[in-house]
Design a protein around this ligand. Structure first.
Ligand code: C2E
Ligand code: MG
Ligand code: MG
Length: 737
C-alpha cells in the first residue's frame, strides 16, 4: 500500500474517529464564554452532576472573545457554546459567532446566546446567518430552563456531528472498498480489510481475517490474513491461534453468518462466492459506538460486493494462469516467470527445459482422451516428485511440460532419469520416452516468449534428429529454423502459384527392360530455374501439415495423367504415388482417394500407393483396417525404402502389402559392401517367402541390374533406365519405344 494512502487513512481517523479517548468516559463539552466570573460559577453550580443524554457535562471557560477563539481552535468536539453577547463591546458576542462559523469553520458546535440586558436583541439576520440555536436573557435561564435549552442543543449537536462523521466515514468506506478492489487475490484482499478497518476506527492493527470453505465443512477455516502479533498464523487453521477466544468468535460468526459486536472485540461476517465466506476479528478494546457500527455495516455490505469481485477475479486469474487439468501453472504463467527470470542478472545459471512426450497424440488417438488425460496427470506427478524444490513446472502445450531450474540441476543424467521408470496408470505399467529441448537463458536476448521459442526450436530439432534425446538450443539452430520458416513460406507460395509439378520415373521389368509403370515424384522449380530437392521440402511439408493438400494434389495429378499416359501406351502402365503418414491420418483419406479415382476414371488396379516405415508409428489396428479398405478397391500397396527401418516383420505380414521397394542405399553399395549385398539378398528372400513383389530403386549401373536379376528381383527403377520425366517427355518416350 502506498504511503500516501496510509496518510489519508490516518488523517481521517485523527479528524473524526479517535477523538473519543477510549480510556475516558465520553462527556459533552460545553464552553462558557462570559466576562462575568459569577456567570461561570452559577452555570457550573446549576448544572453540576447533571447528565444529558447519558453523558456528564464537561465545562470549558473563556472570559473574553480572544480566550474563546484560542480554546475553540485547540479543542475539538465542543458541543455547545453558552455565549454572552455583550463583552468588550456591545456586539463582541455576535462578532465571535461570525469568527467561529466563518474563520474557524466550526459548523457543528451549537450556540446559545445569553445577554444580561433584557430588551437588547440581536438582529434576526445574525441568528439566521450564524446558525444560533437559542437566544435567552440571563434571568430567563433558571436551572430548569438552562437544562432544557442545553439538552435541545446537545441533541441537535449530536445529530449534526453524526451526520458529518458518517458522511466523511462513508466517503472513507467507498474509497477503502475501491482500494480493496485493486487487491490481487483473496489473501491480499483480507489483509486490505484489516488495514482499512484499523484505519477507519483508529485501532492498532491486531486482527485476523479468515477464509472459510463450507464445501469441506470438516476442515477448519483457514487464516488468510492477520496483522500484528498474529502474522505468523497466516495460512494456518484457526486452532493455530494462541488465543482460543479469537477462534471461537470467528467460528461463531461464520456459523451464524452475522456480525458480532462485543465489549472488547467485533467480528464481522462477509458472505463469499460458492460458500467461501470470510470473517474478520477486530480487537476494539471498547464497545463500538452506534455510528461506528453503522459505518461498519455499510463497510461490510460494500466489501461483500467487492469480495464477490475479488473471488471472481481470483477465479479468472486461476483460469488464466493455471492448467485446469493438471493444476499446475500454464503457458502464460510460465512465460511470465521467464520474463521475471530474464530481468534478473546474472541469468547464466538458469535453464529452461521443454519435455515433449514422444508419440503422445498417437497414444491419445489409440487409447482415448481419458487415458491421455490420466497419462498427462501421471507425468505431471512424476515430474513434481523428481524435480528439486523451487523448480517451476508448467504445462506449456498439450503434451509439452516446461521446467525452469538452475542449470546445474538439469544435468543430462537427471533429465534422462525422469521417465526411466515406467508410470503406473490404471494398474498398468506404461513406458514412455520424451524428447527434451533445453535453452540456457544466457543465450536469450528478448523476453520470456523468446526464451520459450528458443527451447521450442531445440525441441523441434530434437524431434527431427534425436527423438527421445536432449537437444540444446544454439544460435545456429535459430538460423536453421529461420531458414526453414522462410522455405516453408516459399513452398506455400510456390504451391499457390503453381510452381510445383509432378514428374514420372519409369519402372521396368528387369528381364526385358519393358516399361511396366511409373512413379510420380514431386518437383519444385524456383523462379530462377533452379530446383529445391524433395528431400529438403517434403519433410517440411510433412511437419507443417502442408503435405495433406500437396499430397492430394499429387494424387489427383498422377491419376489424371495416368489416364493420358495409358492412351499413349501399348499396354496399361501402373502409377506409383508416394503417400505420407500424415495423409493416412486424415479421416477423409478414403474420400480423397475415391475422388481421384472417379475423376480420372482409371482402373484402381493400376494405382499403387507407396508407404514408408513411418506408418509403423500409427496404431496397428487402424492401419490394418485402412489398408484393407484401400486394397478392397483394387489399389496395391508398396513399402518404400524397404530395409531402412521397418522393424516388425509380423506387422509387415499383417499389413498385407503387395510390394517391397529395396532402398536405394543398398543397391548403391551392393557391389562394394558385402553387408549391403546380404541385406538385398535377405529382402528378396523375405519378399519371396511372403509372396510379395519386389522392385529395386536407384539402379544406375548395368552390373547392379544384373546382380539383382540373378538374385530374383524382377523389377527395377533408376537412372540406368530413365530419369524422372516431365509428362510430355514421357509421352514422347512412350512413342519412341
Ligand atoms: P522415393 O519415393 O524413394 O523416390 C525415389 C527417389 O530416388 C527420387 O528422389 C528419385 O528421383 C530418386 N532416384 C530414382 N532413381 C535414382 C537413381 O538411379 N539414382 C539416384 N541417385 N536417385 C534416383 P526425389 O525425386 O528427390 O524424391 C525424394 C523423396 O521425396 C522420395 O523418395 C519420396 O520419399 C519423396 N517424395 C517425392 N515426391 C513425393 C510426393 O509426391 N509425396 C510424398 N509424400 N513424398 C514424395
Ligand atoms: Mg517412392
Ligand atoms: Mg525410395
Amino acid at each position: 500500500m502506498s504511503r500516501e494512502y496510509d496518510d489519508e487513512l490516518f488523517s481521517f481517523e485523527d479528524e473524526v474517529l479517535t477523538a473519543e479517548d477510549p480510556h475516558h468516559t465520553p462527556t459533552w463539552r460545553v464552553l462558557i464564554v462570559d466576562d462575568d466570573k459569577d456567570v461561570h460559577q452559577s452555570t457550573g453550580f446549576a448544572l453540576a452532576n447533571t447528565e444529558v443524554l447519558g453523558r456528564p457535562l464537561e465545562f470549558l471557560h473563556a472570559y473574553s472573545a480572544a480566550d474563546a477563539i484560542r480554546i475553540l481552535s485547540e479543542q475539538t468536539q465542543i458541543a455547545v457554546i453558552l455565549l454572552d453577547v455583550v463583552m468588550e463591546s456591545d456586539d463582541a458576542g455576535l462578532q465571535l459567532v461570525r469568527t467561529i462559523r466563518q474563520d474557524l469553520g466550526n459548523s457543528e458546535a451549537r450556540i446559545i446566546l445569553r445577554t444580561g440586558q433584557p430588551g437588547y436583541a440581536p438582529e434576526m439576520e445574525a441568528i439566521r446567518d450564524y446558525d444560533i440555536n437559542d437566544y435567552k436573557t440571563k434571568s430567563e435561564l433558571s436551572r430548569n430552563r438552562l437544562y432544557t435549552a442545553l439538552t435541545a442543543a446537545i441533541r441537535s449537536y449530536e445529530q449534526i456531528h453524526t451526520i458529518n462523521a458518517s458522511r466523511r466515514g462513508l466517503g472513507m468506506v467507498i474509497r477503502a472498498s475501491s482500494q480493496l478492489l485493486a487487491r490481487q487475490g483473496v489473501s491480499e484482499f483480507a489483509a486490505g480489510i484489516i488495514t482499512q478497518i484499523c484505519g477507519l476506527f483508529g485501532l492498532p492493527p491486531e486482527g485476523v481475517v479468515c477464509a472459510y470453505d463450507q464445501k469441506n465443512s470438516s476442515a477448519q477455516a483457514l487464516i488468510v490474513a492477520a496483522a500484528g502479533s498474529l502474522t505468523n498464523c497466516i495460512n494456518q487453521h484457526l486452532d493455530a491461534l494462541p488465543n482460543t477466544g479469537i477462534a471461537d468468535a470467528l467460528n461463531q460468526t461464520l456459523r451464524e453468518r452475522r456480525n458480532h459486536y462485543g465489549n472488547h472485540s467485533t467480528t464481522l461476517y462477509f458472505p463469499g462466492q460458492n460458500n467461501h465466506d470470510m470473517a474478520a476479528y477486530l480487537q476494539t478494546e471498547k464497545p463500538l459506538s452506534d455510528l461506528d457500527r453503522q459505518l461498519l455495516e455499510v463497510f461490510c455490505s460494500n466489501i461483500i460486493v467487492t469480495l464477490d469481485n475479488v473471488q471472481l477475479l481470483t477465479q479468472l486469474k486461476d483460469h488464466a494462469y493455471n492448467d485446469q487439468l493438471l493444476r499446475i501453472p500454464n503457458r502464460l504463467a510460465f512465460v511470465h516467470a521467464l520474463d521475471r527470470a530474464l530481468s534478473h542478472q546474472p541469468r547464466s545459471d538458469i535453464t529452461l527445459a521443454l519435455i515433449d512426450i514422444d508419440g503422445f497424440s498417437e497414444l491419445n488417438d489409440a487409447l482415448g482422451h481419458q487415458h491421455g488425460d490420466n497419462l498427462l496427470k501421471a507425468v505431471a506427478t512424476r515430474l513434481q516428485q523428481q524435480l528439486p524444490a523451487g523448480t517451476l513446472l508448467a504445462r506449456v502445450a498439450g503434451d509439452v511440460f516446461g521446467i525452469l531450474a538452475n542449470t546445474a540441476e538439469l544435468s543430462a543424467e537427471f533429465l534422462n532419469n525422469l521417465l526411466r521408470q515406467p508410470l503406473c496408470l490404471e494398474q498398468l505399467q506404461q513406458n514412455l520416452t520424451a524428447t527434451i529441448g533445453l535453452a540456457s537463458l544466457e543465450l536469450i536476448d528478448g523476453s520470456g516468449s523468446d526464451a520459450l521459442k528458443a527451447a521450442n526450436i531445440a525441441l523441434k530439432h530434437g524431434k527431427q534428429h534425436r527423438r527421445g534425446g536432449i537437444s540444446h538450443f544454439s544460435r545456429d539452430m535459430e538460423f536453421e529454423t529461420r531458414a526453414r520458416v522462410r522455405l516453408l513460406q516459399d513452398l506455400r507460395s510456390a504451391f499457390e502459384r503453381e510452381r510445383l509439378f509432378v514428374v514420372y520415373q519409369p519402372q521396368v521389368r528387369l528381364s526385358d527392360r519393358q516399361l511396366i509403370g511409373v512413379e510420380a515424384l514431386l518437383r519444385w522449380r524456383n523462379d530462377d530455374g533452379s530446383f529445391v530437392a524433395p528431400a529438403q521440402f517434403i519433410p517440411l511439408a510433412e511437419s507443417s501439415g502442408l503435405i495433406i493438400s500437396l499430397g492430394e494434389w499429387v494424387l489427383r495429378s498422377a491419376c489424371h495423367n495416368l489416364h493420358i499416359i495409358n492412351q499413349h501406351s501399348a499396354q496399361p502402365l501402373r502409377m506409383a504415388v508416394n503417400v505420407s503418414v500424415m495423409q493416412f491420418r486424415q479421416p477423409n483419406f478414403l474420400d480423397v482417394l475415391d475422388r481421384a479415382l472417379s475423376e480420372s476414371a482409371i482402373d484402381p488396379r493400376l494405382l499403387e500407393l507407396e508407404i514408408t516405415e513411418s506408418v509403423a508409428m500409427l496404431d496397428a489396428g487402424f492401419m490394418i483396417a485402412l489398408l484393407n479398405q484401400i486394397k478392397s478397391r483394387g489399389i496395391s500397396i508398396a513399402v518404400d525404402d524397404f530395409g531402412t527401418g521397418f522393424s516388425s516383420l509380423s506387422y509387415l505380414e499383417q499389413l498385407n502389402v503387395d510390394r517391397l521397394k529395396i532402398d536405394i542405399s543398398f543397391v548403391r553399395q551392393m557391389e562394394q559392401s558385402a553387408g549391403s549385398r546380404r541385406i538385398v539378398e535377405t529382402i528378396i528372400q523375405l519378399g519371396q517367402s511372403l509372396q510379395l513383389e519386389l522392385i529395386a530403386e536407384g539402379i544406375e549401373l548395368e552390373s547392379q541390374a544384373q546382380i539383382l536379376t540373378a538374385m530374383g528381383c524382377h523389377e527395377g527403377q533408376g537412372y540406368l533406365f530413365a530419369q524422372p520425366l516431365e509428362l510430355p517427355i514421357l509421352l514422347e518416350h512412350l512413342h519412341s519405344h
